[in-house]
Design a protein. Structure first.
Length: 146
């Protein structure tokens, strides 16, 4: 079973049971962002987490195995058209070089890891309209010279 089929089965089971990613993550003591990413095929799950997810959703061993497989992280190379995804793409397009400059001024020449990384999505209620707060927390990795 490939990751795409796995994701389709997981999303179908989630919808059938009227669950949210937040509910599944809370019940399984997992990060909702990590859980969603693994279920959508962008991360591999350790065996115990893969088993917990598939047992919770009532899915079989093929889904467990697919959750544990290492992903090939390839995504569409065109500009996304989904409005939410496009806006995130736009943020990186507009502020990417700025973030690079500010990070490198503070840390030196290097990158923020997306491997030693966590992300949180929070909601702040506001009379002017609710706010989305994204927290990206990645380890700084300096470039080596030799």
């Amino acid at each position: 079973m490939n990751k795409e089929v796995m994701s389709d089965l997981i999303v179908a089971a989630k919808m059938e049971k009227s669950l949210t990613w937040e509910k599944i993550a809370t019940d399984l003591s997992m990060s909702p962002v990590w859980l969603t990413s693994a279920c959508l095929g962008m991360n591999s799950a350790p065996e115990e987490k893969a088993i917990a997810i598939t047992n919770y959703l009532g899915l079989g061993e093929e889904v467990t195995a697919a959750l544990m497989e290492f992903p090939t992280k390839i995504w569409d190379q065109t500009v996304p058209t989904d409005p939410l995804v496009y806006r995130l793409y736009e943020v990186v397009g507009v502020y990417g070089d700025t973030l690079k400059e500010v990070i490198q001024e503070k840390f030196g020449d290097g990158i923020m890891s997306a491997i030693d990384f966590s992300m949180e999505v929070d909601k702040i209620e506001s009379p002017k309209g609710d706010r989305v707060v994204l927290t990206l927390n990645g380890k700084f990795l300096p470039y080596a010279s030799w």
